[in-house]
Design a protein around this ligand. Structure first.
Ligand SMILES: Nc1ncnc2c1ncn2[C@@H]1O[C@H](COP(=O)(O)OP(=O)(O)OP(=O)(O)O)[C@@H](O)[C@H]1O
Length: 566
């Protein structure tokens, strides 16, 4: 079955937030208390002093320019639910309408989707010479969920235009989608790169649908242009008509555009492209009104610290606590989900999980449920880190190292969207603390979590952590051995790719993995979880002592152990 959906946005829930009082610059560290006592039946509640007041909207990224006065069609105006443009929409409209290629940078949650959809749609409806039964506009998205979200926004915008939009994304029935698209080609196609390549290679005549392509959009352009998608992007461009022979507009949008990406992006843009940024020269890349905090605790206490902040956010946002927890790999998401799901009903808001190892219908179900939820906890890998617009998220928790500074910024950007408030919390082991000294990250104003109670603030000290650990240790004890073994291997796989930054040798990695298994996962067996000989080889850990290596049955080629997945 293709992943077709019909859903409507519910109005944004109230988002409450208030800047935190602490201005300290050192990093908070919590020294560990003695081993935790027996777990209480009801988890310890947080130390929050007072609910925070609703935050003022951050108006700086919304202009006073009205859509009603813009040089766009009445049909588009009817499809737009906002009165005034955001900065990025106002800054790019005329250039995009004029058909220029654009590379655009604007903060997360400031309306980039409409900024590329609107002018592109306007241009299409004015083009009289479009070939019939062809795709005129292609939007590339790095993730499936984001593709569906863009499709939904496009659907709203074009409701009064004679245009149709469809998607082609991984995890859905490819032949059914291919057949539908070939029988009735949409004017606008939203696609993920891998699936698009699959269609080009395997759906007969698919490539002919693109012979008159007029607009190509790269949403989350820096992610699409990085090494991870290079192979697919090269193939896609190879299937599309030669840029020198057709007039095709390219629109590249992202919240993060590094100098490196600016260079790479030139390959996707016409020579006379324009770079537009709505960030002031001296401005940091996250929203000023989003307090961001850090805490340094051992890996073994990351789950407990997460649980303590979940409880505190619930108290702060009475009935409207909506938290996203971002973990480095799919298997670690699975571990957190299995642990926190054991809590007695009602201890936390409803918990959802999303990552690449779930089926696509399950992913869509979780994303939709969290979108619609007034309160909830979404435990996620980086599949939802970029672009996803979940209304009313109050707190982003990041236990463990983000893949890079950009990913930290995009994850944080799931809160405080469209001028709303929100907060961020990053939980790191001492070995990971270097991340806070990263040039980009150190400029973001992340402050240590205070240990003393402050009105409307989170806090953490050794006794709060011990109380939270008492609960989470009991939860972890009930997590299945398989989930723990997978989390252990994911830990090794993920941190293996950051050895230099961590200043770990391969022996250190294996030793830390062992501690993680024993202390964070409560692994009690005489042997560590098994790890396949081939995986050990791929990780470059051959000859390192301290692993429980097994030789598994040969698997069919598609199931070969891979890099840790999101
Ligand atoms: N002009 C506007 N006024 C108010 N809200 C808007 C406006 N334009 C878009 N929005 C809303 O702002 C939210 C964020 O928009 P969008 O998802 O396009 O942000 P984005 O800049 O693409 O974010 P990200 O960088 O995370 O991808 C959405 O809920 C959208 O409906």
């Amino acid at each position: 079955m293709p992943a077709t959906r019909t859903r409507r946005h519910r109005p944004k829930g109230p988002t409450t937030s208030r800047p935190l009082a602490s201005n300290a610059t050192a990093t908070a560290k919590v020294s560990l208390p003695a081993p935790a006592p027996a777990p209480p039946a009801v988890p310890a509640s947080g130390p929050v002093a007072a609910p925070s007041a609703p935050s003022a909207r951050d108006e700086t990224h919304f202009s006073v320019r009205r859509f009603a006065d813009a040089p766009i069609s009445e049909a588009s105006k009817k499809g737009i639910k906002h009165e005034c443009m955001s900065d990025v929409q106002a800054a790019t409209l005329e250039c995009a309408l004029a058909g220029l290629d654009l590379l655009v940078q604007a903060k997360t949650g400031t309306g980039k989707t409409l900024a590329f959809l609107l002018p592109a749609v306007e241009r299409l409806v004015k083009m009289k010479d479009l070939a019939s039964r062809k795709i005129s506009m292609l939007v590339l998205s790095p993730t499936r969920e984001l593709a569906l979200q863009i499709e939904e926004e496009a659907q709203t915008l074009i409701a009064n235009h004679p245009l149709r939009v469809a998607h082609a994304i991984g995890g859905t029935n490819m032949s059914a989608t291919g057949k539908r698209i070939m029988e009735n080609p949409p004017r606008i196609l939203i696609a993920t790169p891998g699936r698009l390549v699959d269609h080009f290679e395997n759906t007969p005549n698919f490539v002919h649908l693109f012979s008159d392509l007029r607009v190509i959009v790269y949403d989350e352009a820096d992610r699409l242009l990085d090494q991870g998608f290079k192979k697919e992007l090269d193939k896609i461009l190879g299937f599309l008509p030669d840029r020198t022979k057709v007039q095709r507009q390219a629109l590249l949008f992202s919240a993060t555009v590094s100098q490196e990406i600016k260079v790479v992006a030139k390959g996707a843009l016409a020579q006379k492209y324009k770079f537009i940024s709505t960030l002031r020269d001296d401005e940091v890349n996250t929203h000023e009104h989003v307090p961001q905090q850090s805490i340094i605790v051992p890996f073994a206490k990351h789950l407990a610290a997460t649980f303590a902040f979940l409880q505190q956010d619930r108290l702060l946002h009475n009935g409207a606590s909506k938290v996203m927890i971002f973990l480095p790999t799919a298997r670690l998401v699975g571990f957190y989900y299995e642990a926190l799901s054991q809590l007695p009903r009602g201890t936390l808001p409803p918990i959802y999980e999303i990552h690449s190892r779930k089926s696509q219908p399950a992913r869509i179900k979780a994303a939709d449920a969290f979108k619609d939820a007034r309160e909830g906890v979404l435990i996620s890998s980086d599949v939802t880190a970029r672009g996803m617009d979940f209304p009313g998220v109050t707190l982003i928790i990041q236990p463990g190292l983000p893949a890079n500074a950009e990913q930290y910024i995009h994850r944080l950007g799931r809160t405080a969207r469209a001028g709303a408030g929100g907060r961020g919390m990053i939980i790191l082991d001492e070995a990971e603390a270097f991340f806070l000294r990263d040039r980009t990250i150190s400029g973001l104003g992340i402050t240590p979590v205070p240990s003393a109670a402050t009105a409307g603030s989170y806090r953490l000290d050794a006794s709060l952590l011990a109380a939270a650990s008492a609960t989470t240790d009991a939860l972890v004890a009930r997590v299945s051995a398989e989930t723990k073994a997978q989390a252990y291997r994911a830990f090794l796989g993920f941190y293996n790719s950051s050895l230099r930054a961590l200043r770990w040798t391969r022996d250190d990695l294996v030793a830390h993995g062992g501690h993680f298994a024993a202390e964070a996962l409560g692994w009690a067996g005489p042997q560590l979880p098994e790890i396949d000989k081939k995986t050990v080889g791929k990780m470059g850990l051959k000859g390192v002592r301290g692993l429980n290596i097994v030789v598994s049955e040969p698997r069919p080629p598609r199931g070969v152990p891979r890099q840790p997945r999101n």
